[in-house]
Design a protein. Structure first.
Length: 80
């Protein structure tokens, strides 16, 4: 089962692979530059917003990055 810790691990790998700051990625994914930081501190997220974030990461995933193991990756919008 996926949970917020999975989303954070995906965000961490994305930021590492793209050398992008957390506030930037948070804004791209959630239209809120503080959301990822809030999730790290224990904030909650709706299922719809969680699924939309997973889809965003899957669609934007860099070729040089490895999707975190144990986290189901949705098919990209292009593949669907």
């Amino acid at each position: 089962m996926n949970d917020v810790s999975h989303l954070i691990s995906i965000a961490d790998e994305f930021m590492r692979a793209t050398s992008t700051k957390e506030v930037t990625v948070s804004f791209w994914v959630f239209n809120d530059s503080k959301k990822l930081a809030a999730l790290r501190r224990g904030a909650d997220i709706t299922v719809g917003r969680y699924n939309a974030a997973l889809q965003w990461f899957s669609d934007q995933w860099p070729e040089n990055a490895v999707w975190p193991s144990g986290v189901a990756r949705p098919a990209t919008e292009q593949a669907a």
